[in-house]
Write a protein that binds this ligand. Sequence first.
Ligand SMILES: CC(C)(COP(=O)(O)OP(=O)(O)OC[C@H]1O[C@@H](n2cnc3c(N)ncnc32)[C@H](O)[C@@H]1OP(=O)(O)O)[C@@H](O)C(=O)NCCC(=O)NCCS
Length: 181
Amino acid sequence: MLNNSGLRKFRPSRVSGNSAIAPEVLQELYGQGACVCPSSNRKSIFVFSQSRPFDLVELEQLLESVGWSRRPMRRVSRALDKSLLKVGLWKHDQKFPRLVGFARCTGDGVLEATIWDVAVHPIYQGSGFGKKLMTYILEALNEIGLERVTLFADPGVVAFYESQGWTLEPRGHRCAFWYAN
Ligand SMILES: CC(C)(COP(=O)(O)OP(=O)(O)OC[C@H]1O[C@@H](n2cnc3c(N)ncnc32)[C@H](O)[C@@H]1OP(=O)(O)O)[C@@H](O)C(=O)NCCC(=O)NCCS
């Protein structure tokens, strides 16, 4: 699927307005550029971060929770290292932030990017996090100058992307795959 559409502006919650997390705590726990993800959940705070390191076991548990099979840890680690962008959605906790959403992008960093591994933990699905995660990623890609973005959608989630302005590959026959085995 392609995204050439105008980008929605991601609007992070003001951290100082409701003093949900002090800016210095936000930065210390989640790294430079982290921001609170707007949420109607009054009990918990959710944070987007591109720089908080991932615990690979926790990441694989998240991806398994949405039904994907486990992948060799070392290869996942290398794939993350080589990704253009990786975003975690964290349920804030002062001591043990929990990873509840994830997505990453690969690409040349100039012309093309592809989004992979978009997942929101089943407990938190249906609350708008998936949509906000996509908006956040597209804006982050836009900031580095990328305007043509692709992804591969499972049949069950095509409508999720279409509702956000993604279009199916225009002629339906330009896409080809090659698998080593
Ligand atoms: C797909 C996924 C990321 C969506 O996350 P989410 O937090 O549940 O989505 P949101 O709550 O932000 O939903 C946003 C909108 O999309 C709709 N939507 C959510 N999942 C959908 C689906 N599978 N098909 C069609 N629409 C969907 C919602 O109803 C909502 O509509 P609204 O704006 O009219 O209320 C999540 O369901 C998930 O992790 N799925 C398993 C992994 C997966 O398939 N990832 C995609 C890989 S291609």
